[in-house]
Design a protein around this ligand. Sequence first.
Ligand code: ZN
Ligand code: ZN
Ligand code: ZN
Length: 444
Amino acid sequence: MIHRLHQPDYDRWASQIKRTGGCRQPIHLRGKVEHYDQATGDLLHRYTTRTEPNGVLRVPCKTRRASRCPACAEVYRADTYQLVRAGLVGGKGVPETVSSHPCLFVTLTAPSFGAVHTRREKNGKVLPCHARRDAETCSHGHVMSCTDRHSADDQRLGEPLCPDCYDYNGSVLFNAVSPELWRRFTLALRRRFARLNGLTVKALREQVMISFAKVAEYQRRGVVHFHAVIRLDGPDGPSSPPPAWARADALAEAAQHAAEVVTTEVEPLGRTFRWGTQLDVRRITMDGDLTEQAVAAYIAKYATKAAECVGTLDRRVQPLDNLDELPVREHARRLIAACMRLGSHSGLADLRLVHWAHMLGFRGHFSTKSRRYSTTLGDLRAAREEHMRAEEVSTGRLPLFDEDTVLVIAHWEYAGQGLSIGEQALAAALTGTRLPGPAVMTDE
Ligand SMILES: [Zn+2]
Ligand SMILES: [Zn+2]
Ligand SMILES: [Zn+2]
């Protein structure tokens, strides 16, 4: 810390750090940008990192994972919120008339892979976990009953009543095939919605577009759920109203049906997977109990959570890792072990279970949307970068050039990542962020 403070270029370092917005693990870039006049070939401006502190420019890591970098994850969360919200009420290039389109909020769950400790509430009272009067004793000697009323932070939540009975293979395979199950769900939904309205799928497509935005959420037991916004548009997407006959109740019926009937196979093991029986389909309305703000906030919250909340690893499992020594919950260790075991099965190579073991088999994206749902994260980022560039021009840091007449040549290389312990303390003070806990330097 003292070393950094005494550097002659401390002020420049501090301004770099402020511009990362409190990023906990900024990426160091080495390189240069040159602006040339296209007509004359004259060099108009050159920026190089050679004169920067340590010869590098520090830029935000842009992770979406709050466990790695709260500041960048917050930017991602806010962008996701804006993206989901724009698809519900308009804005960011989506017309406000979209708010009158029929819209659902659907939660698709995973099936059971064995009894786990759970916390359920009824009328504000916590219910016993698994109260069974004639509870069976499993072949491992565990009584399949638990009358505890678990507190919200109870470490046993999500843990199986008997780990030896628990279907760990099923759990990680479900995560692995869930993106395919989702894809089949959307197809079945379209088919059913068309039939309910007496149309073929092709005829439906000419009159109605169905748009989706979804996030995956890990449950404590280590399987993913999906929360999705499903919206009806006219044939040209959010800017066109759906025909009057395209109604929310038929869409809800189609979603219900699709969730019940779709399956996907893991053929080499002869296993079939489907959604869990707990299905939640609700209408999103401007004034009802499920408002667009609530939905956007809910989806954005899960967009920055990965599997760490299950107590698994924040990084890939490496070939030399000793599974027994990984700092994870026993339940997560068994799920990771199932991924490693099934991952060596040649027939399951497509699922890439070893690669995604730390995600407990899930290799999908956390938040996805169909093409016409609303704006994109890329557009939101570009708008923000354009805003920052405009700011730099007005504060005189970048010369103002006409984009069409200037040739820009940039060359960048990765030169490392992170902050020293002393720098972390300075960065926290400079950006008003919390100091991280241990082990924040990463090599990824
Ligand atoms: Zn960051
Ligand atoms: Zn229990
Ligand atoms: Zn058992």
